[in-house]
Design a binder for this molecule. Structure first.
Ligand code: SF4
Ligand code: SF4
Length: 288
C-alpha cells in the first residue's frame, strides 16, 4: 500500500498539530521557527506543508466534507473566470499587509486571530477550499516560492542593488514578489519554474480517463490531462492517488528511462514531514 495518499495518516498528523496548538504550543512557536521549515520544504518538496501539517487546511477540508455530507449546494467559481482571478489577489494583498504592518500584527489579540481563522474556514462550507485558495497568506508565500527561479532572480537583484548602496525597503521587495506571484498565478495557473523534487505523476498506459481523480481533488485539478501535475493549487494531498483504482498515479521523482516512467522517492513525503517537525522543534527550542 502506498502510504502517501493515506487519508488516515494525513488527518492524524493535522489533528496532532491542531491539538498541540490548542494546548499552548502556539505561544512558543516563533514566526522564524515555522518560516524557515516552510521555506525549505516548499522549494524542495512543493506545498506538502499545506496538506499534511497546516491546521487551517485541515479544518477547511473538514468544512468541505461537511458541505458534502450536509448536501449544502454551495457555489463553484470557475477557474480562469474574472471572479476567480480577482479573488486570488486577496491572499497576496494580505501577505503584503502582514509584512507592511508587522509590528501591530505581533500585538494582535487572540480574538482578531480567531476571526481570521473563521474568515478562512467558514466560506469553505459554501465554496470548496475558499480560504486556502483565496485568503491564506501562507498559500500566497508558498506560491511565490513555487516560482522558485523567479523568486531567486528577484532576491538576487535585491542583493545586487543593496550591495550598490541602493536601499530597497523590505515591504517594497515583498510587494514586487506579491505582484509577480499574483500575475504568474492568474496567467499560467502553473508552477513550472521550480526545483521541487516531488510531483504527482500519471502513467498514461494505466490511466483509463475515468475522471475520478478530478472529482476527488479538493481543488478540482484536471489530473487526467497531464503526465506531471504542476498546477499552482496542488498541495500534494494525495486524494487523487488514493482514489485512482488503476494505480496510475504516483508521487515522487520521475526518472524516464527507455521511454518508461520510473517513479522514485515515494517515501520522501513522509521523510519531509518528519524533518519539518524536527526543524520547528529545534528552532523553537533555540529561541526559548
Ligand atoms: S483516477 Fe486514475 S485512471 Fe481515472 S482518470 Fe485519474 S489517473 Fe486516470
Ligand atoms: S492534484 Fe489535487 S488531489 Fe492530487 S495531490 Fe494535488 S491537490 Fe491533491
Amino acid at each position: 500500500m502506498n502510504i502517501f495518499g493515506s487519508k488516515r495518516l494525513r488527518y492524524f498528523l493535522q489533528l496532532c498539530i491542531l491539538v498541540a496548538l490548542c494546548c499552548g504550543v502556539a505561544g512558543k512557536i516563533t514566526l522564524m521557527s515555522v518560516a524557515i521549515p516552510i521555506f525549505v520544504s516548499v522549494i524542495l518538496t512543493n506545498k506538502i506543508f499545506c496538506s499534511y501539517l497546516c491546521p487551517l487546511g485541515f479544518v477547511s477540508e473538514l468544512a468541505v466534507k461537511c458541505k458534502r455530507v450536509l448536501k449544502i449546494k454551495g457555489y463553484a467559481i470557475a477557474r480562469n473566470s474574472l471572479p476567480d482571478k480577482l479573488l486570488r489577489s486577496i491572499k497576496y494583498i494580505i501577505l503584503f499587509l502582514l509584512v507592511y504592518i508587522a509590528s501591530p500584527l505581533a500585538e494582535a489579540s487572540g480574538i482578531a486571530l480567531l476571526l481570521f481563522m473563521v474568515l478562512i474556514v467558514v466560506p469553505s462550507l459554501f465554496i470548496d477550499m475558499f480560504g486556502c485558495k483565496y485568503i491564506c497568506p501562507v498559500g500566497a508565500a508558498s506560491n511565490i516560492l513555487k516560482f522558485t527561479l523567479v523568486f531567486v532572480g528577484c532576491s538576487l537583484l535585491m542583493w545586487i542593488l543593496r550591495s550598490a548602496d541602493i536601499s530597497i525597503p523590505i515591504p517594497v521587495y515583498v510587494g514586487v514578489l506579491c505582484a509577480i506571484g499574483y500575475l504568474l498565478e492568474i496567467f499560467t495557473y502553473k508552477a513550472e519554474y521550480n526545483v521541487s523534487l516531488l510531483h504527482i505523476h500519471r502513467d498514461k498506459n494505466k490511466c483509463t480517463q475515468c475522471g475520478e481523480c478530478k472529482k476527488a481533488c479538493p481543488y478540482s485539478v484536471n489530473v487526467s490531462n497531464v503526465s506531471r501535475v504542476v498546477d499552482i493549487d496542488c498541495n500534494l494531498c494525495g486524494e487523487c492517488v488514493s482514489e485512482c483504482k488503476e494505480d496510475a498515479l504516483k508521487v515522487g521523482i520521475c526518472n524516464t528511462r527507455e521511454g518508461q516512467n520510473q517513479i522514485k522517492g515515494q517515501w520522501l513525503p513522509l521523510l519531509v514531514i518528519v524533518i519539518f517537525i524536527l526543524m520547528v522543534c529545534y528552532i523553537t527550542s533555540k529561541a526559548i
